[in-house]
Design a protein around this ligand. Structure first.
Ligand code: IVH
Length: 662
């Protein structure tokens, strides 16, 4: 290997390690090994300056100081989004778009990152420019600063277009924000107000070396260019992930506005557990042709809109911090407040989310706190009014044991919350499991209420959910005088629930991360509980929308003997553990993996993918040796074509595919 080859090799593997560390979050070498390779590259580049490359991994530490930023015209205008604040606003948006389009279309929902928008240009797989939004027409060239952000690839991999722009949001994760503020306070400076302004201020620094010290991160959410891989916004982003970009995992496709609203509600509740701040949800039309048909108004696209989470604030006294245990054992600290009116209701309690949040706010009993209410969720504590803090107050020490059953709490790596591991006898967990099981979207046993659950658990009549199915009139009548009707209803309701379909039974089991939607997805892929229980990790994550976190949780659930026993019992009582709907039109393409590329005559690309899946086939986006064939239309991407030819993968036409399935 000569010097140039060694330099190229080091650059390549250091780019690769940057990607595994900062984008995938799963480093494959130690920091020490990384530093050694980097040192070797620095020495070689210093000794052979003729091989200088501005996109070398060594350049991420930041180069020379600038006088000012150059103002550059955007190739495509950088617009903002229209805002909505309520579900009725969103339904109006949906109605508007449906009037514009005579065909059915999908939405894509994404989180709305609260940071600074950025437009990156790549030519031949190299970052050549990074512009801020500016006034939308012209932005500041902050390429030198952006190069220091480790999750932004300087060189791409895979099958990318020769020239394109990708837009996203640079933000400061909460941990990085705390670190900067801690340092500022230690050095006698005022802390910064919030992560967004700190990120924006950081990018305006004229010394890239200073920017490199801030732990900025970047999510990308919008591709622009003439040769994008597909016609679908969602699929394009999945492709861009393969090129090395950090594409948010939280992005989903929605078939209608109700699914959009469900996504919003879900994130409204969960947003405080994220390691960064979001201020809403962005909703986009998935189909790019339809996007261009719908077009833009003067300020924003017609095909996209943002939903802003609501907020209203007040100041009150925090009397006491207590801790709540949920059905999964998750512990949530709660601020018990001096009652105060906020957004039309009297607020007595607010969530403190988790231990990190308490530490971040440095919130203590007796403090005056700012609280905020957003949408339907319970309010949260925003900040402490330090000016009115009692001199003798004590820092809050987080609990180490379950407040309900005294078991030592655990906190797993990557989890924001502490958990009580005693799922068998911890009272709030038992009660929570019953309440979840009987809830409307699960087994829908509405003849039983919370009080009845309390009573039956207390009397030892029900210990696990299968006990509901052995309840008799006699059992129940001993608790209530003249309770015939009451007992009748309960028994009837329980019996009726045996016809609830498999996907809701699966949801009712309360497997962690297996909510309503995930249950449906799992049942589509595995139509019996046996298939699901025996599925391997690889089979689970092969299902679209199922990631590692869900897969591991499913595996864990079915590895526990008592869970299997519970399922066997429920099955005995006649609950549905298989889906009798025929989901596929045929299995003619079963086991077949297809890449669909190019433009077609009879059907659109998306329709063809649907057809393939209806017949049991699987559509994948990138060419590899595992592909069965390529369904190629007009203008198929040249690099994809070349790769498929090299690997000897057969090509078929639209007509040939239709013939295969009749
Ligand atoms: S799409 C033409 N997607 O919100 C549409 N923007 O209020 C371009 N933002 O300027 C924007 N998260 O800085 C889009 N997932 C997301 C976003 C997002 C945050 C920001 C972006 C934009 C602003 C609009």
């Amino acid at each position: 290997m000569n010097i140039k080859q060694r330099i190229d090799y080091l650059r390549k593997i250091l780019h690769e390690h940057n990607h595994t560390y900062y984008v995938l979050d799963s480093p494959t070498i130690s920091d020490f090994e990384f530093d050694k390779l980097m040192e070797e590259l620095i020495v070689l580049e210093d000794s052979f300056p003729n091989y200088f490359d501005i996109n070398s991994p060594t350049q991420r530490v930041g180069g020379g100081v600038l006088d000012s930023f150059k103002s550059v015209k955007h190739k495509y205008r950088m617009l903002s989004l229209g805002n909505t604040y309520s579900s009725s606003d969103l339904r109006d948006f949906d109605k508007r778009l449906n009037k514009l389009s005579d065909q059915y279309f999908e939405y894509v929902c994404e989180l709305k990152y609260d940071g600074v928008s950025i437009s990156l240009t790549y030519e031949n797989g190299e970052l050549i420019q990074a512009l801020t939004r500016g006034d939308g027409e012209k932005g500041d060239d902050i390429t030198d600063n952006v190069r220091t952000i480790k999750s932004i690839p300087l060189k791409l991999k895979g099958d990318f277009p020769d020239y394109f722009e990708i837009r996203g949001e640079i933000f400061l994760p909460l941990k990085g924000f705390e670190l900067i503020n801690k340092e500022r306070v230690e050095n006698g400076h005022e802390p910064y107000a919030n992560p967004r302004n700190t990120a924006s201020g950081s990018l305006k620094l004229l010394d890239p070396k200073e920017v490199a010290k801030r732990k900025l991160d970047c999510y990308l959410y919008y591709l622009l260019g003439d040769n994008l891989p597909t016609n679908s916004h969602y699929d394009n982003l999945q492709e861009a992930r393969l090129w090395g970009f950090k594409i948010p995992k939280e992005i989903i496709k929605c078939q209608n506005i109700d699914q959009v609203l469900a996504y919003i509600n879900n994130w409204d509740k969960k947003r405080h557990d994220l390691p960064f701040e979001i201020d809403g949800i962005v909703i986009k039309v998935n189909d790019l042709d339809l996007q261009s048909e719908m077009g833009f108004t003067a300020k924003s696209p017609r095909w996209a809109i943002s939903y802003k989470f609501q907020s209203e604030q007040a100041l009150t006294v925090l009397n006491k911090i207590t801790y709540q245990v949920g059905r999964t054992g998750a512990v949530t600290p709660v601020a018990n407040l001096e009652p105060i009116k906020l957004a039309g209701t009297i607020v007595k309690r607010a969530s403190l989310h988790n231990a990190d949040q308490i530490a971040r706010l440095d919130v203590r009993e007796g403090d005056k706190v700012f609280i905020e209410k957003g949408g339907e969720i319970i309010p949260k504590v925003l900040a402490v009014d330090f000016n009115s803090r009692d001199l003798f107050s004590h820092p809050t020490i987080y609990i180490t044991h379950c407040p309900a059953c005294s078991t030592a709490l655990v906190r797993n790596k990557g989890d924001a919350k502490h958990y009580c591991p005693n799922s068998i006898t911890c009272p709030p967990q038992i009660k929570g499991k019953f309440e979840h099981f009987i809830s409307r979207k699960a087994m829908n046993i509405d003849s039983i209420g919370g009080e009845t659950i309390d009573l039956l658990v207390k009397e030892g009549l029900i210990i696990d959910v299968s006990d509901l199915y052995t309840l008799t009139h006699q059992d129940l009548l001993s608790f209530k005088k003249n309770g015939e009707k009451w007992a009748d209803n309960i028994i009837k309701g329980v019996k009726l629930s045996t016809s609830v379909p498999f996907e809701r039974v699966l949801f009712a089991l309360g497997i962690r991360y297996v909510g309503e939607t995930v249950s449906k997805v799992l049942v589509q892929a595995f139509d019996t509980i046996e298939k699901l229980a025996n599925a391997k990790f690889e089979e689970l994550i092969a299902v679209e929308e199922i990631g590692e976190k869900i897969a591991n949780s499913v595996l864990l659930y079915f590895s526990i003997k008592s869970n299997l026993q519970l399922i066997a019992q429920l099955k005995n009582f006649g609950l549905q553990f298989s889906s009798n709907r025929s989901l596929l039109i045929s299995r003619k393409l079963f086991g077949v993996k297809i890449v669909v590329s190019g433009v077609f005559v009879k059907y659109s690309r998306e329709e063809l993918k649907g057809i393939i899946e209806d017949h049991g086939g699987k559509c994948v986006t990138s060419i590899s040796k595992n592909i069965t064939f390529v369904l190629s239309g007009k203008n198929m991407g040249p690099s994809k074509k070349k790769k498929a030819e090299e690997l000897g993968i057969p090509f078929i036409t639209e007509d040939q595919l239709l013939e295969k399935i009749n």
